[in-house]
Ligand binder design. Structure first.
Ligand code: NAD
Length: 355
Protein backbone atom coordinates (compact mmCIF):
# COMPACT_ATOMS: atom_id res chain seq x y z
CA UNK A 1 0.00 0.00 0.00
CA UNK A 2 1.32 3.45 -0.94
CA UNK A 3 0.19 6.51 1.02
CA UNK A 4 1.08 10.17 1.00
CA UNK A 5 1.57 11.82 4.38
CA UNK A 6 2.04 15.59 4.67
CA UNK A 7 4.17 16.68 7.63
CA UNK A 8 3.58 20.14 9.12
CA UNK A 9 6.29 20.45 11.80
CA UNK A 10 5.31 24.07 12.61
CA UNK A 11 6.95 25.99 15.44
CA UNK A 12 8.77 25.51 18.76
CA UNK A 13 9.10 21.84 19.69
CA UNK A 14 6.93 20.88 16.68
CA UNK A 15 9.83 19.94 14.37
CA UNK A 16 11.59 18.02 17.18
CA UNK A 17 8.61 15.78 17.93
CA UNK A 18 7.52 15.34 14.30
CA UNK A 19 11.03 14.06 13.46
CA UNK A 20 10.60 11.23 15.95
CA UNK A 21 7.13 10.33 14.68
CA UNK A 22 8.43 10.25 11.12
CA UNK A 23 11.19 7.84 12.13
CA UNK A 24 8.62 5.57 13.76
CA UNK A 25 6.37 5.67 10.66
CA UNK A 26 9.38 4.90 8.45
CA UNK A 27 10.21 1.83 10.55
CA UNK A 28 6.58 0.66 10.49
CA UNK A 29 6.55 1.06 6.70
CA UNK A 30 9.72 -1.03 6.35
CA UNK A 31 8.43 -3.76 8.63
CA UNK A 32 4.99 -3.97 7.02
CA UNK A 33 5.94 -3.49 3.37
CA UNK A 34 3.90 -0.29 2.97
CA UNK A 35 5.30 2.80 1.27
CA UNK A 36 4.77 6.14 3.01
CA UNK A 37 5.70 9.13 0.90
CA UNK A 38 6.38 12.17 3.12
CA UNK A 39 6.09 15.79 2.06
CA UNK A 40 7.07 18.52 4.54
CA UNK A 41 5.19 21.85 4.27
CA UNK A 42 5.06 25.19 6.05
CA UNK A 43 2.33 26.16 8.50
CA UNK A 44 2.02 28.50 11.49
CA UNK A 45 4.61 31.04 12.57
CA UNK A 46 7.35 29.66 10.33
CA UNK A 47 5.00 29.99 7.34
CA UNK A 48 4.20 33.61 8.28
CA UNK A 49 7.93 34.37 8.44
CA UNK A 50 8.64 32.79 5.07
CA UNK A 51 5.50 33.57 3.07
CA UNK A 52 3.44 36.11 5.03
CA UNK A 53 0.60 33.58 5.42
CA UNK A 54 -0.15 31.08 8.20
CA UNK A 55 -1.50 28.52 5.72
CA UNK A 56 0.13 29.03 2.32
CA UNK A 57 -1.87 27.86 -0.72
CA UNK A 58 0.87 25.34 -1.55
CA UNK A 59 0.53 23.73 1.91
CA UNK A 60 -3.24 23.56 1.62
CA UNK A 61 -3.14 21.96 -1.79
CA UNK A 62 -0.55 19.38 -0.60
CA UNK A 63 -2.82 18.53 2.37
CA UNK A 64 -5.88 18.19 0.15
CA UNK A 65 -4.00 15.77 -2.07
CA UNK A 66 -2.67 13.66 0.81
CA UNK A 67 -4.01 10.61 2.63
CA UNK A 68 -3.24 12.14 6.02
CA UNK A 69 -1.57 15.14 7.66
CA UNK A 70 0.68 15.04 10.74
CA UNK A 71 1.17 18.34 12.56
CA UNK A 72 3.61 19.29 15.33
CA UNK A 73 2.42 22.58 16.86
CA UNK A 74 2.08 26.21 15.89
CA UNK A 75 2.63 29.51 17.66
CA UNK A 76 5.01 31.11 20.11
CA UNK A 77 5.92 34.46 21.70
CA UNK A 78 7.38 35.79 18.46
CA UNK A 79 3.91 35.86 16.87
CA UNK A 80 1.90 36.48 20.07
CA UNK A 81 0.20 39.68 19.08
CA UNK A 82 -3.59 39.37 19.28
CA UNK A 83 -3.94 42.45 17.06
CA UNK A 84 -1.75 41.03 14.26
CA UNK A 85 -3.58 40.50 10.97
CA UNK A 86 -2.02 37.07 10.48
CA UNK A 87 -1.51 34.75 13.44
CA UNK A 88 -0.17 31.16 13.54
CA UNK A 89 -3.40 29.61 14.86
CA UNK A 90 -5.19 30.95 11.76
CA UNK A 91 -3.33 28.20 9.90
CA UNK A 92 -4.83 25.57 12.17
CA UNK A 93 -8.36 26.96 11.98
CA UNK A 94 -7.98 27.36 8.22
CA UNK A 95 -6.89 23.79 7.63
CA UNK A 96 -9.69 22.39 9.81
CA UNK A 97 -12.21 24.43 7.84
CA UNK A 98 -10.74 23.69 4.40
CA UNK A 99 -10.56 19.95 5.04
CA UNK A 100 -14.05 19.91 6.60
CA UNK A 101 -12.75 18.41 9.86
CA UNK A 102 -15.69 18.44 12.27
CA UNK A 103 -14.67 15.83 14.82
CA UNK A 104 -11.80 16.02 17.26
CA UNK A 105 -10.80 12.74 18.94
CA UNK A 106 -8.70 12.74 22.08
CA UNK A 107 -8.00 9.37 23.65
CA UNK A 108 -6.78 9.45 27.26
CA UNK A 109 -5.16 6.42 28.87
CA UNK A 110 -3.80 5.85 32.34
CA UNK A 111 -0.49 4.05 31.72
CA UNK A 112 0.39 1.82 34.68
CA UNK A 113 4.01 3.00 34.52
CA UNK A 114 3.01 6.66 34.83
CA UNK A 115 0.39 6.45 37.57
CA UNK A 116 2.69 8.42 39.86
CA UNK A 117 2.75 11.42 37.46
CA UNK A 118 -1.01 11.98 37.72
CA UNK A 119 -2.36 14.74 39.95
CA UNK A 120 -4.99 12.19 41.10
CA UNK A 121 -4.49 9.23 43.41
CA UNK A 122 -3.11 6.23 41.46
CA UNK A 123 -6.16 4.05 42.16
CA UNK A 124 -8.40 6.65 40.51
CA UNK A 125 -6.37 6.75 37.26
CA UNK A 126 -5.54 3.05 37.01
CA UNK A 127 -7.40 1.57 34.03
CA UNK A 128 -8.60 4.91 32.66
CA UNK A 129 -9.24 4.46 28.93
CA UNK A 130 -11.57 7.07 27.50
CA UNK A 131 -11.98 9.03 24.32
CA UNK A 132 -13.29 12.59 24.28
CA UNK A 133 -15.02 13.41 21.01
CA UNK A 134 -15.46 17.13 20.50
CA UNK A 135 -17.53 18.85 17.79
CA UNK A 136 -15.12 21.18 16.04
CA UNK A 137 -16.88 23.42 13.57
CA UNK A 138 -20.00 24.80 15.27
CA UNK A 139 -21.20 26.16 18.59
CA UNK A 140 -20.37 29.40 20.31
CA UNK A 141 -16.85 29.68 18.85
CA UNK A 142 -18.27 30.11 15.36
CA UNK A 143 -21.60 31.85 16.06
CA UNK A 144 -22.34 35.46 15.39
CA UNK A 145 -20.48 37.78 17.78
CA UNK A 146 -20.31 41.50 18.29
CA UNK A 147 -19.92 44.30 20.80
CA UNK A 148 -21.79 47.58 20.83
CA UNK A 149 -21.99 50.71 22.94
CA UNK A 150 -25.43 51.18 24.47
CA UNK A 151 -26.79 53.73 26.97
CA UNK A 152 -26.48 51.00 29.66
CA UNK A 153 -22.86 50.22 28.81
CA UNK A 154 -20.96 48.01 26.39
CA UNK A 155 -23.10 45.09 25.23
CA UNK A 156 -21.36 41.92 24.06
CA UNK A 157 -22.96 38.98 22.29
CA UNK A 158 -21.71 35.48 21.40
CA UNK A 159 -24.20 33.12 19.78
CA UNK A 160 -24.29 29.33 20.13
CA UNK A 161 -25.55 27.90 16.89
CA UNK A 162 -25.92 24.39 15.47
CA UNK A 163 -27.71 22.72 12.62
CA UNK A 164 -29.26 19.36 13.48
CA UNK A 165 -27.12 17.56 10.87
CA UNK A 166 -23.96 18.87 12.56
CA UNK A 167 -25.03 17.33 15.85
CA UNK A 168 -26.19 14.13 14.23
CA UNK A 169 -22.94 13.37 12.39
CA UNK A 170 -20.73 13.81 15.48
CA UNK A 171 -23.00 11.79 17.78
CA UNK A 172 -23.23 9.06 15.13
CA UNK A 173 -19.43 8.95 14.99
CA UNK A 174 -19.39 8.53 18.78
CA UNK A 175 -21.60 5.43 18.49
CA UNK A 176 -19.48 4.01 15.67
CA UNK A 177 -16.25 4.53 17.65
CA UNK A 178 -17.82 3.11 20.83
CA UNK A 179 -18.67 -0.09 18.92
CA UNK A 180 -14.94 -0.75 18.54
CA UNK A 181 -14.30 0.03 22.23
CA UNK A 182 -16.27 -0.63 25.44
CA UNK A 183 -19.63 0.19 23.81
CA UNK A 184 -20.59 3.10 26.04
CA UNK A 185 -21.38 6.69 25.03
CA UNK A 186 -21.73 9.59 27.46
CA UNK A 187 -23.42 12.48 25.67
CA UNK A 188 -22.61 15.71 27.51
CA UNK A 189 -24.83 18.81 27.36
CA UNK A 190 -26.47 21.52 29.44
CA UNK A 191 -30.03 20.52 28.59
CA UNK A 192 -31.45 22.08 31.77
CA UNK A 193 -30.55 25.55 30.43
CA UNK A 194 -29.69 25.57 26.71
CA UNK A 195 -32.10 24.98 23.82
CA UNK A 196 -29.21 23.74 21.66
CA UNK A 197 -28.49 21.11 24.34
CA UNK A 198 -32.12 19.97 24.41
CA UNK A 199 -31.94 19.34 20.66
CA UNK A 200 -28.54 17.66 21.14
CA UNK A 201 -30.07 15.32 23.74
CA UNK A 202 -33.05 14.52 21.51
CA UNK A 203 -30.79 13.64 18.59
CA UNK A 204 -28.51 11.51 20.79
CA UNK A 205 -31.50 9.59 22.18
CA UNK A 206 -32.93 8.98 18.68
CA UNK A 207 -29.58 7.73 17.43
CA UNK A 208 -29.11 5.64 20.55
CA UNK A 209 -32.17 3.62 19.56
CA UNK A 210 -30.34 2.64 16.36
CA UNK A 211 -27.32 1.35 18.31
CA UNK A 212 -28.91 -1.08 20.81
CA UNK A 213 -25.51 -2.70 21.41
CA UNK A 214 -24.10 0.59 22.75
CA UNK A 215 -25.14 2.00 26.14
CA UNK A 216 -26.04 5.69 26.00
CA UNK A 217 -26.11 8.00 29.00
CA UNK A 218 -26.71 11.75 29.14
CA UNK A 219 -24.75 13.91 31.54
CA UNK A 220 -24.76 17.63 32.29
CA UNK A 221 -21.44 19.28 31.57
CA UNK A 222 -20.91 20.57 35.12
CA UNK A 223 -21.36 17.17 36.74
CA UNK A 224 -19.28 15.60 33.97
CA UNK A 225 -16.40 17.90 34.94
CA UNK A 226 -16.67 16.58 38.52
CA UNK A 227 -16.97 12.95 37.46
CA UNK A 228 -13.82 13.26 35.35
CA UNK A 229 -11.79 13.69 38.53
CA UNK A 230 -13.83 11.52 40.89
CA UNK A 231 -14.45 8.50 38.64
CA UNK A 232 -12.53 8.89 35.36
CA UNK A 233 -12.49 5.12 34.88
CA UNK A 234 -16.27 5.13 34.40
CA UNK A 235 -16.09 6.73 30.92
CA UNK A 236 -15.62 5.14 27.51
CA UNK A 237 -16.60 7.64 24.76
CA UNK A 238 -17.62 11.18 25.77
CA UNK A 239 -19.26 13.21 22.97
CA UNK A 240 -19.97 16.89 23.29
CA UNK A 241 -20.21 20.27 21.58
CA UNK A 242 -17.29 22.51 20.72
CA UNK A 243 -16.75 24.64 23.83
CA UNK A 244 -17.71 21.96 26.38
CA UNK A 245 -15.36 19.60 24.54
CA UNK A 246 -12.55 22.13 24.54
CA UNK A 247 -12.74 22.47 28.32
CA UNK A 248 -13.46 18.83 29.22
CA UNK A 249 -10.76 17.45 26.93
CA UNK A 250 -8.13 19.61 28.63
CA UNK A 251 -9.37 18.47 32.02
CA UNK A 252 -9.22 14.83 30.87
CA UNK A 253 -5.76 15.43 29.42
CA UNK A 254 -4.11 16.16 32.76
CA UNK A 255 -5.40 12.95 34.32
CA UNK A 256 -2.50 10.98 32.93
CA UNK A 257 0.22 13.33 34.10
CA UNK A 258 1.82 15.01 31.09
CA UNK A 259 0.46 16.96 28.14
CA UNK A 260 3.35 15.52 26.15
CA UNK A 261 1.77 12.04 26.16
CA UNK A 262 -1.51 12.80 24.46
CA UNK A 263 -2.42 12.36 20.79
CA UNK A 264 -5.38 13.68 18.85
CA UNK A 265 -7.10 13.31 15.51
CA UNK A 266 -9.42 15.63 13.61
CA UNK A 267 -11.67 13.89 11.10
CA UNK A 268 -14.22 14.86 8.47
CA UNK A 269 -16.49 12.94 6.11
CA UNK A 270 -13.77 11.09 4.22
CA UNK A 271 -10.60 9.30 5.32
CA UNK A 272 -8.32 12.34 5.23
CA UNK A 273 -7.53 13.49 8.76
CA UNK A 274 -5.24 15.83 10.67
CA UNK A 275 -3.23 14.30 13.50
CA UNK A 276 -1.35 16.22 16.19
CA UNK A 277 -0.27 16.02 19.81
CA UNK A 278 -2.56 18.04 22.06
CA UNK A 279 0.26 20.19 23.41
CA UNK A 280 1.36 23.51 21.95
CA UNK A 281 4.76 24.62 20.70
CA UNK A 282 6.21 24.66 24.26
CA UNK A 283 8.49 27.66 23.66
CA UNK A 284 9.98 27.29 27.16
CA UNK A 285 11.68 24.03 26.18
CA UNK A 286 12.00 24.43 22.38
CA UNK A 287 15.47 23.72 21.00
CA UNK A 288 16.60 21.93 24.18
CA UNK A 289 15.94 18.42 22.88
CA UNK A 290 13.89 17.49 25.94
CA UNK A 291 10.31 17.54 24.59
CA UNK A 292 8.31 14.37 24.98
CA UNK A 293 7.61 12.99 21.47
CA UNK A 294 5.11 10.31 22.59
CA UNK A 295 2.00 12.45 21.94
CA UNK A 296 3.12 12.88 18.33
CA UNK A 297 4.17 9.24 17.96
CA UNK A 298 0.76 8.15 19.29
CA UNK A 299 -0.87 10.63 16.88
CA UNK A 300 0.97 8.82 14.08
CA UNK A 301 -0.61 5.58 15.36
CA UNK A 302 -4.06 7.22 15.15
CA UNK A 303 -3.20 8.33 11.60
CA UNK A 304 -2.51 4.73 10.59
CA UNK A 305 -5.77 3.58 12.22
CA UNK A 306 -8.22 6.25 11.03
CA UNK A 307 -6.84 7.49 7.69
CA UNK A 308 -4.94 4.49 6.33
CA UNK A 309 -6.99 1.69 7.92
CA UNK A 310 -3.82 0.02 9.27
CA UNK A 311 -5.14 -1.15 12.65
CA UNK A 312 -2.44 -3.77 13.32
CA UNK A 313 0.36 -1.31 12.54
CA UNK A 314 -1.30 1.35 14.73
CA UNK A 315 -1.56 -1.09 17.62
CA UNK A 316 2.10 -2.08 17.15
CA UNK A 317 3.14 1.56 17.76
CA UNK A 318 0.93 1.79 20.84
CA UNK A 319 2.44 -1.42 22.22
CA UNK A 320 5.95 -0.13 21.48
CA UNK A 321 5.20 3.05 23.47
CA UNK A 322 3.98 0.95 26.40
CA UNK A 323 7.09 -1.22 26.16
CA UNK A 324 9.44 1.77 26.05
CA UNK A 325 7.76 3.14 29.20
CA UNK A 326 7.85 -0.27 30.88
CA UNK A 327 11.60 -0.47 30.15
CA UNK A 328 12.02 2.81 32.02
CA UNK A 329 12.38 5.45 29.27
CA UNK A 330 11.19 8.81 30.67
CA UNK A 331 11.52 12.28 29.23
CA UNK A 332 11.93 15.10 31.75
CA UNK A 333 8.19 15.88 31.93
CA UNK A 334 7.52 12.28 33.01
CA UNK A 335 9.91 12.48 35.96
CA UNK A 336 12.43 9.76 36.71
CA UNK A 337 16.05 10.00 37.81
CA UNK A 338 17.75 9.90 34.44
CA UNK A 339 15.51 11.55 31.83
CA UNK A 340 16.09 10.69 28.20
CA UNK A 341 16.12 13.29 25.40
CA UNK A 342 13.47 13.67 22.69
CA UNK A 343 15.51 11.50 20.33
CA UNK A 344 16.34 9.10 23.20
CA UNK A 345 12.60 8.48 23.68
CA UNK A 346 12.14 8.08 19.92
CA UNK A 347 14.95 5.51 19.88
CA UNK A 348 13.39 3.65 22.82
CA UNK A 349 10.14 3.33 20.85
CA UNK A 350 12.01 2.21 17.72
CA UNK A 351 13.91 -0.42 19.75
CA UNK A 352 10.61 -1.66 21.21
CA UNK A 353 9.09 -1.83 17.70
CA UNK A 354 12.00 -3.92 16.48
CA UNK A 355 11.96 -6.33 19.42
P1 NAD B 1 2.09 24.32 25.59
O1 NAD B 1 1.32 23.05 25.44
O2 NAD B 1 2.98 24.67 24.49
O3 NAD B 1 2.98 24.21 26.92
C1 NAD B 1 2.41 24.07 28.23
C2 NAD B 1 3.46 23.42 29.17
O4 NAD B 1 3.60 22.04 28.82
C3 NAD B 1 4.85 24.02 29.02
O5 NAD B 1 5.47 24.05 30.29
C4 NAD B 1 5.58 23.06 28.10
O6 NAD B 1 6.98 23.02 28.30
C5 NAD B 1 4.93 21.72 28.47
N1 NAD B 1 4.92 20.85 27.29
C6 NAD B 1 4.16 20.98 26.19
N2 NAD B 1 4.45 20.02 25.31
C7 NAD B 1 5.40 19.26 25.88
C8 NAD B 1 6.12 18.11 25.45
N3 NAD B 1 5.93 17.54 24.25
N4 NAD B 1 7.04 17.60 26.27
C9 NAD B 1 7.27 18.14 27.49
N5 NAD B 1 6.63 19.22 27.95
C10 NAD B 1 5.70 19.77 27.15
O7 NAD B 1 1.04 25.46 25.88
P2 NAD B 1 1.26 27.05 26.00
O8 NAD B 1 2.55 27.32 26.71
O9 NAD B 1 0.00 27.57 26.55
O10 NAD B 1 1.36 27.56 24.49
C11 NAD B 1 2.60 27.81 23.81
C12 NAD B 1 2.30 28.19 22.38
O11 NAD B 1 1.69 27.08 21.70
C13 NAD B 1 1.32 29.37 22.24
O12 NAD B 1 1.76 30.18 21.19
C14 NAD B 1 0.00 28.69 21.89
O13 NAD B 1 -0.82 29.53 21.12
C15 NAD B 1 0.49 27.50 21.08
N6 NAD B 1 -0.44 26.36 21.08
C16 NAD B 1 -0.54 25.68 19.91
C17 NAD B 1 -1.34 24.57 19.85
C18 NAD B 1 -1.40 23.79 18.55
O14 NAD B 1 -0.55 23.98 17.70
N7 NAD B 1 -2.36 22.93 18.36
C19 NAD B 1 -2.04 24.13 20.96
C20 NAD B 1 -1.90 24.83 22.16
C21 NAD B 1 -1.09 25.95 22.20
Amino acid sequence: MQSKIVLLPGDGVGPEVVDQARAVLTTVAKKSGHVFEFQTCLMGGIAIDQTGEALPAETLSACKGADAVLLGAVGGPKWDNPRAKVRPEMGLLGIRRELGLYANLRPVRGYTELLGSSPLKPDRVEGVNMLVLRELTGGVYFGQKFREDTPKGVRVVDTLEYYDFEIERIVKLAFEIARGRQKKVTSVDKANVLESSRVWREIASNLGAKYPDVTLEHQLVDSCAMRLVTAPGSFDVIVTENMFGDILSDEAAVLTGSLGMLPSASLGEGKLGLYEPIHGSAPDIAGKGIANPLGTILSAAMLLRHSLGLEAEAASIERAVEKALARGARTKDLGGDKPVSTSGMGEAVLAALES
